[in-house]
Design a protein around this ligand. Structure first.
Ligand code: HEM
Length: 393
């Protein structure tokens, strides 16, 4: 998509896409402006969708409506402020840093698993064997979901994703998503009740305890946010660790630079985020008419602020097309901007940094064996489906 982004940035920075039925914003300054304008540009893209598709409600998607409506990423102030305040309290940099030993141990376990598979002569897929299970296990551990339940939660999560994503499946995907939401919310309700009775050392317990001082959050809101964290923290991070690795393999000199100096990992991860980040765009709906570059974005119209296009804007980044693991400064917009700035950014960064360091140590000679990777069919969730690798030369 990058040549097309470059063309739009240059000649049509506020572009109406008939296919997406939305405005496409591609310049760095404009993406920032859209994400800062919470008065005229709303993050609530659910209410218009539910209104326009009333038949879904009649078809019975009440659980999806009930829990997704509590996702802070879809709320505007003052609801957003209230929801985010409690999570800021429990999702602190210290809380994330405390996860380091667990992340190290999961990374070690997965790398061992890859080495064992290779030793047995089995095919190793960097995505299925590493980039996918790492964030899924970290986020479930953090929430306090027992590992024995991972498989069930994953099935419900994939079903809910049918509602949010663009996947085409046989049958009624909204009803499957609704069943996922029903099972998932019942599951988290059980966990919230269990942790209310007997707190443990996990995020749900901390939320339940924090609620005493700040009684504003309902149990439904906590359940909704647990489902959001599971979602937001999972595929995005897989794609960060996947895309970053893929570009290192395509730019072998940069990989070797990282192998020689693991202290480069923090800036390397920022470049992974910038170069082809997992969150291609953030979506909004105009709440009022907004004028931009000679166009009028009408109230009610959808807007996609393409952070991946903004991240290659030559007006914001020197040598923007170069993949440079030591780039400094690197003010990319991959975690969004403004009040919705990604709550999980410190966690995603930590996971990717540990992954980068341990991968270079363990498998400096790793290579991708497929010629052309198969990308997911989405500009919004940008990532590859599989990356077969050989671990040593
Ligand atoms: C919000 C990207 C990982 C939780 C966002 C937004 C972006 C983003 C672009 C803003 C969306 C908007 O403005 O509409 C990413 C990327 C990640 C990542 C690229 C990984 C590389 C995580 C993780 C978690 C998380 C690990 C949690 C464990 C959230 C939450 C929000 C959010 C709760 C909503 C914040 C709000 O609305 O105030 N993320 N995210 N994200 N992210 Fe992330």
């Amino acid at each position: 998509p990058f040549p097309e982004f470059a063309r739009l940035r240059e000649v049509d920075p506020v572009h109406w896409s008939p296919a997406m039925k939305a405005w496409i914003i591609t310049r760095y300054d404009d993406v920032r402006r859209i994400t800062l304008n919470n008065r005229e540009i709303s993050a609530d893209r659910l209410t218009p969708f539910f209104k326009a598709n009333a038949e879904f409600q009649r078809g019975g998607i009440e659980n999806l409506v009930r829990y997704l409506n509590h996702w802070m990423v879809f709320r505007d102030p003052p609801d957003h402020t209230r929801l985010r305040r409690l999570f800021n309290k429990v999702f602190t940099p210290t809380a994330v840093e405390n996860l380091r030993p667990n992340i190290e141990s999961i990374v070690g376990m997965l790398l061992d698993g890859m080495a064992d598979k290779a030793a047995r002569g089995e095919a190793v897929d960097y995505i299925a064997d590493f980039a996918y299970p790492l964030p899924a296990t970290v986020i479930m551990d953090m929430l306090g979901v027992p590992r024995a339940d991972l498989r069930d939660v994953k099935v419900w999560s994939d079903d809910i994703a049918l509602f949010i994503g663009t996947a085409q499946v046989a049958g009624n995907k909204y009803l499957r998503a609704e069943q996922g939401a029903r099972s998932m919310s019942a599951y988290f309700r059980g966990l919230v009740e269990a942790r209310t009775a007997v707190p443990a050392d996990d995020m749900i317990s901390r939320l339940v305890l924090a609620r005493d001082e700040n009684d504003a959050l309902t149990t439904d809101e906590i359940i909704g946010t647990c489902i959001l964290l599971l979602f937001a923290g999972h595929e995005t991070t897989t794609n960060l660790i996947g895309n970053g690795f893929l570009y290192c393999m395509r730019n072998r000199d940069q990989w070797e630079r990282l192998c020689a100096a693991p202290s480069l990992a923090p800036s390397a991860v920022e470049e992974w985020l910038r170069y082809d980040g997992p969150s291609g765009a953030v979506a909004r709906v105009a709440a009022a008419d907004v004028a931009m570059h000679g166009h009028t974005i009408r109230a009610g119209q959808r807007v996609f602020a393409f952070v991946n296009a903004a991240n290659r804007d030559p007006d914001a980044f020197a040598d923007a097309e170069a993949f440079d693991l030591a780039r400094d400064p690197n003010p990319h917009l991959t975690f969004g901007h403004g009040i919705h700035f990604c709550l999980g950014a410190p966690l995603a960064r930590l996971e990717a940094q540990i992954a980068a360091v341990r991968l270079t140590e363990r498998f400096p000679n790793i290579r991708v064996t497929s010629a052309v990777p198969d990308w997911h069919d989405s500009l919004i969730l940008r990532g590859v489906k599989a990356l077969p690798v050989a671990l040593a030369s």
